[in-house]
Design a protein around this ligand. Structure first.
Ligand code: FAD
Length: 369
């Protein structure tokens, strides 16, 4: 089968790319494949569903630029297409010994062009009076399932084909070999876009055997809070970022007001196959971290009790390594063989926020090539 553009992976990024390309160049043929029976089975449905404002990232990095542009595109897309969201804002709250770090984060955010307010909390959050904080009014929450459903529907309406339960097994000379476990299918694309998340480094290796990139899974566990917390908070509550990676165990809520704490940073299974679905399951070991969550959570919710927490779900960060060294940036790699391929690597947080901007970037790269 011949297609103009083959997209590997139907997470939010692959869907955003399919949507963008099919709107801008509708005369081309597009095929999106995913190894699961539906879109968004992996990181795109196991995250905090926060629209990030962009205060954390290194100024002028791709993460910074894609987050700010993606955030604005996302709010606009939500309005235009009636996707549920709330620009609820968030507080980043420091402990007494973190005030200097908080100031640095505040300056970084300002340098990044993010609207922020530096304040000392008064009565805003129960039990946290007098704590030093940053308020980010442009942070928000989104129903990511609705977003992906809309991106898929608009792409489908524009003629994009979807082949779910199809895995990219191998790339040889000029064709991509897909399998659904029973049959094999050869696709000959003009262009291949690799938005395979945890599988992206493996896909790149198929066209570049010397690729220096590797992806390791870093789990982020979530615990939900009992219903007594529903509707208690109007803003998301974050501690200072975790030096081991991640933004620190934060308090978020979904659009129904249900609260949860997470994600933590768990490297224990980093050497496992990043695409092993077993990584998403709570084990007895995982349940033991409940006490750690309770203690971290009490910094934001002083009246939190251990019995308020229930294991909820686990997300897997696709941590990128280059030549064995951690590479905490989005990386876009181009390869030219019998077909042109574009590989999006390390699209971890804020990848949900950045998705529409990354799709624009992919489109501009294809225009040039
Ligand atoms: C714990 C956690 C919390 C996060 N919180 C936020 C947040 O609050 N805000 C935010 O902006 N971002 C957040 N993120 C980041 C965000 O979720 C991701 O950046 C985003 O979902 C990445 O989307 P994706 O499409 O690149 O990857 P994915 O959603 O992982 O999609 C990749 C797809 O590729 C498919 N695939 C892989 N290999 C193959 C193959 N060989 N053949 C066929 N299909 C294949 C997979 O099945 C998968 O569906 C968080 C991430 C994590 C892990």
């Amino acid at each position: 089968m011949d297609v103009d553009v083959l997209i590997i992976g139907a997470g939010v990024v692959g869907l955003a790319v399919a949507h963008r390309l099919s709107q801008v160049t509708p005369h081309k043929s597009y095929l999106v494949i995913d190894r699961h029976p539906k879109f968004g089975y992996e990181a795109s449905s196991h995250n905090s569903e926060v629209i990030h404002a962009g205060l954390y990232y290194k100024t002028d990095s791709l993460k910074h630029r894609a987050c700010l542009a993606g955030r604005d595109l996302l709010y606009q897309f939500c309005q235009e297409h009636h996707i549920s969201y709330q620009r609820c804002g968030k507080f980043v709250i420091a402990t007494e010994d973190q005030v200097e770090e908080l100031e640095k984060l505040f300056s970084n955010g300002q340098k990044n062009g993010v609207s922020l307010r530096r304040l000392r909390l008064d009565k805003e959050i129960p039990g946290l009076a007098d704590r030093e904080a940053i308020e980010s009014p442009d942070s928000g929450i989104i129903d990511s399932h609705q977003l992906m459903l809309k991106l898929e529907a608009l792409s489908h309406a524009a003629g994009v084909m979807f082949a779910y339960s199809h895995f990219l097994k191998k790339i040889n000379e000029e064709a991509c070999l897909l399998t659904n476990g029973e049959e094999e299918l050869l696709i000959v694309p003009q262009v291949m876009i690799n938005t395979a998340g945890l599988g992206a480094a493996g896909v790149l290796q198929q066209v570049w055997s010397e690729s220096p990139y590797q992806i390791k899974p870093c789990r982020g566990r979530y615990f939900s809070l009992k219903s007594r917390f529903e509707g208690r908070y109007q803003k998301l509550l974050y501690p200072m970022p975790d030096p081991r990676g991640g933004l620190g165990i934060h308090l978020t809520f979904d659009l129904s007001g249900r609260c949860r704490l997470g994600p933590d940073v768990d490297w224990a299974l980093a050497e496992e196959n990043p695409q092993d679905m077993g990584l998403y399951h709570f084990s007895k070991e995982d349940e033991k971290v409940k006490v750690d969550f309770w203690k971290s959570g009490q910094r934001l919710i002083p009246d939190l009790k251990l019995e308020d927490l229930d294991p909820d779900y686990i997300g897997i960060r696709c941590k990128l390594f280059k030549d064995g060294v951690a590479h905490p940036e989005y990386e876009i790699v181009e390869r030219r063989g019998s077909f042109y391929s574009l590989h999006l690597l390390g699209i971890e947080s804020p990848g949900l926020t950045s998705a529409l901007a990354l799709a624009e970037l992919v489109q501009s790269k294809l225009e040039i090539n």
